[in-house]
Design a protein. Sequence first.
Length: 167
Amino acid sequence: MSSKIVITGTEMAYLHICRRKLWLFHHGLRPEQEHVNVQIGRHIHETTFERHDKDIPLGDIGVIDWEQLKHGVIHETKKGKSPKAADRAQVGYYLWWLNTHGVMVRACRIHYPTTKQTVEIEWGPDVIAEVEANLAAARQVVSLAKPLDQARLPYCKSCAYEELCFA
């Protein structure tokens, strides 16, 4: 397993959602772009926080929704109704990447517009440890010769990959 394997923020989230989905996505199988849940998420992204410049690229690892770097904060907007481990993994990775590339960011605010909830993840040793463990685990999964066996999970019925896994 190589630390040269580039892992994206989306892949860090998929590590906590479904490791089979992570492997499939990393290896170029991406049916989700036309999936209804992705389209809803895209609509929420486009119609919230419209006064901010959006989609700030972070090298090869992803795109943050918007930033307030003068305040040391980045922002992500999520379709879900409540915080999930996948959300924390993705934004923690963005915090880690920015801070290790010389952009000092103290926190990420995750916005959940459907419930008007905001969660703040603060940069610190716990985030560093989580990100490094997640990176190692994600690289291990994507280095496998084939995807993990499918396992029916509660959210499979709403997943764009369901047909690939259970057809």
